[in-house]
Design a protein around this ligand. Sequence first.
Ligand SMILES: [Zn+2]
Length: 531
Amino acid sequence: VDVSGAANLIVRGVRLPLWGEKGLERGSIAVVGGRVARLGEDRDVMDLRRPETKVIEMDGGTLLPGFLETHAHLGWLGETLVQIEMRGCRSASEAAGKCRDVPLPPSGWLIANGWDQTLFEGQQFPHARELDAVCGRVPVICYRVDGHAAWVSSAALALARIDDKTPDPAGGRILRDEAGRATGVLIDHAMELVRRLIPEPSVGERKSHAKAVMKLCLAHGITGFTDAGTDEAMAAAVDELAAHGEIPIRLDLMPLGMRREFVAARLRQGPLFWSRGGRVAMRLVKYFLDGALGSRGAALSEAYADEPSQRGLLLMSRDDWFGAAEEAVRAGFGVAVHAIGDASVTLALDGFEHVERQMGHHGRMLRVEHAQLASDVDLDRMARLGVIPAMQPIHCAEDRAWVERRLGAGRASLAFRWRSIRERGMFPAFGSDAAVSPLNPLLGIVAAETRALPGETGWTMSEALTRREAIEGYTSWAARAMGGHGLFGALEEGESADFVVWDRDLLSVETGELVKAKPQAVFIEGLWIHG
Ligand SMILES: [Zn+2]
């Protein structure tokens, strides 16, 4: 950064806990042309002050790089933010009442989330007639809090042609009254009978989803977000928003591998590396090799301890995966692959080795998403191949209750191995997987440090990280995984001035205080855009 001219902005009077080894009690940052010109002692930074420099006196906040979310779902999280919220309702009629006077979206369907009949008096499942009383002939679908049941209106039942004679589909159940009539509650796979009728979100809806998520990001001090599975409509929505200057944060889009035509088109166009004014990237294609441990869908090398007939399921054949990875890299893209169980982590790395054999050193980014269970041998291979593990500390905390049952004690010690990953010189990149888990990075930082939710005790503490490392996982290490190393995420001189002033010192407060922290001001490229 050329500092011969004036600084555009100086923010002073802030704690700089990541400065040097020990941090700085009171310091400043100077911004020139949207980039960090100097960070450090007040007097050194104030040397860059000229009459035209805007000086903001913060008096006591703590300045950190903006948090970066390296794996979450822009469309899905956005949907939950704009859809009807039924969480906490105490009766079916109260829940149905949430749909009253809600304008009908272009899809023609009202969609709600979060009801839980265990909170209702008598704990009875709700009935279609309660929705009909509020919504009349509008098709409505309301997902249970766990996503494993749907409560629908009579109009939705009729559109799906569900009546007394409709058999329960495999893996699902249609709840019925004494007379055998469908009540409007559909369990597991029976939900598909209705869900398949709902049109995919339009570009316009995707725009509102993206905007809702970006707003939530700023409230959590997040200045960059990776969408771990972008569809056509979302890509088009982000294009339109970017054209109108409506992308306040950095968005890293990963096209969904199973959308074959979309991916083929993007591969022909080539990758985007932080273009559109530095706000948008599309550099990696996202593939899925398995499911999750909770539902025993993660592919394991040995059977589940609590269900010996199950080893999970691989979702791609070896040949298909090798071919897909190679095709993406040949087109100049990197690859991000969802692999949770140890068998799928092994397969993921086999694929990356295949690409290396075919192409030699290609320099494209390779990421394993989640990497929840990995052997020493595979961690060594990951390090040798330069693979970035993109991990979600909150899953480690949330899964604590049952992970040992699923895996047995011995294997459970090979789960969420952040310390082992650091010891091999790799930088785990953190995120939340929202809407699976809450977006809030502070919960992830607590989980990375304590391997527990706030107020609980953790497990396999030998794999825990320090507070500082946990914060790096959401800032400078995350920037590497987003292709932003040297561009943003660390507040090195010359990097984009994306930073947050917090109301308390995230490095030193205890975890109970940490989760109460609020961003006082969020700056991106040196512009105060939130708080
Ligand atoms: Zn995900």
